[in-house]
Design a protein around this ligand. Structure first.
Ligand code: F6R
Length: 365
């Protein structure tokens, strides 16, 4: 059932155009309005909500970080994102004007479920973004947004993440249009771009050999850093987690501007740095950060939007993603990082689908 792929993970990486397409198109009517069947939040409800918490674990938490950015930017509601195991034990400020969003592929992660129950007890409205239909998280929520990734078998999450991103964008755009915080024109531009994502993801997948080559050159590196600014940091976290969990290489992701506040001490000859530079506003800043780490001997793989060639002067190698709106780049920039982690793990002879010490669904503390 791996359909010719060596691992479920690679099969699932390749299923992302489909998963993204389904998650998106099942929510758009003929006029491209977002229709959310499982969500009953009215304009009145939304006007009352003055705080959103997005709570999740691991990769789902990383999708939540993008959700914060999108909800704050489009719908103008303050958002906190927190890992579930922290949220549930710290007496967070939650009341009936809080919207609590749980993000979970399995819908069975114990910490996420416990955090949800705690928020519910305090009167919050509970919305969940879940992949497994009828799972515990879905059943205990007021509103449910199902991602249409299909079953995810590999322990390392890939297609669940990209479909969670689509959910975050659709939810935030829906909130924004209900509240009137985006113009029709802005809305149309985002939807138009979202609809192009399946093809743009496919274009990156078609070029996987370039990334495989990089992996074959770099698989022996025992310390890998991922850096970025703005939305790129959230993708850096996810890329780093993918690498750690399947290749057992030590890795760290950090906001590039934080490097000089400590972590740059670890950058020395031969260290691999993956530098995401997809945000137009922050592009020049990232180029300086790349020069900083290069000056200390790091080997830098840059990730940039097609056309932004300036980066070739600073990075050793560049992976280009198709051009898109800055707000939406995570859907594309994560793909090469998933592929890179995969091929590095394969080159090291790791059991990609079943990494040691990890379970697909964490139903214990
Ligand atoms: C990483 C990974 C985990 C999960 C986390 C949450 O690749 O798969 O970090 O994302 O355990 O799981 P769910 O989404 O099922 O709650």
């Amino acid at each position: 059932e791996k359909e010719g792929y060596a691992h479920f993970m690679m099969k699932e990486i390749n299923e992302q155009p489909r998963g993204v397409y389904e998650t998106l198109h099942r929510r758009l009517d003929k006029e491209d309005n977002i229709v959310l069947d499982g969500i009953k939040i009215t304009k009145e409800d939304l006007d009352k909500i003055n705080k959103v918490y997005i709570v999740a674990c691991g990769t789902a938490y990383h999708a939540g970080l993008v959700g914060k950015y999108a909800i704050e930017k489009f719908a103008k509601i303050p958002v906190d994102v927190e890992v579930a195991s922290e949220f549930r034990y710290r007496d967070p400020f939650v009341d009936e004007n809080t919207l609590f969003i749980a993000v979970s592929q399995s819908g069975e992660t114990l910490d996420t479920l416990a955090a949800l129950r705690e928020a519910k007890r305090k009167g919050a409205r509970i919305l969940s973004v879940v992949n497994v239909v009828g799972s515990s998280v879905a059943r205990e929520s007021d509103d449910v947004f199902y991602t249409w990734a299909g079953p995810e078998i590999a322990v390392a999450s890939t297609k669940a993440y990209t479909t969670q991103l689509i959910s975050m964008y659709l939810l935030s755009l829906h909130m924004a249009m209900t509240k009137g915080t985006l113009t029709e024109e802005q809305y149309k531009a985002y939807i138009k771009e979202l609809k192009e994502m399946p093809d743009k993801i496919q274009a990156i997948l078609d070029d996987h050999e370039t990334i495989q080559q990089l992996a074959d050159e770099q698989f022996n590196n025992e310390n890998v850093f991922y850096i970025g600014r703005g939305l790129d940091v959230t993708v850096a976290y996810e890329g780093s987690l993918k690498l750690k969990e399947i290749s057992y290489i030590h890795s760290e992701a950090i906001a590039a501007g934080e490097l000089k506040h400590g972590t740059i001490a670890l950058i020395e000859e031969g260290r691999l740095v993956v530098a995401l530079a997809t945000q137009d506003k922050l592009y020049d800043k990232m180029l300086s950060n790349i020069q900083e780490v290069r000056a200390r001997g790091a080997y830098v793989i840059g990730v940039a939007k097609k056309g932004n060639k300036e980066i070739e002067k600073s990075a050793d190698k560049v992976i280009y993603i198709p051009d898109t709106l800055d707000e939406l780049t995570p859907i594309l920039s994560v793909i090469p990082l998933q592929i890179l982690a995969y091929y590095i793990a394969v080159a090291r002879g790791c059991d990609v689908d079943k990494p040691k010490n990890l379970a697909k669904s964490v139903t214990v503390e």
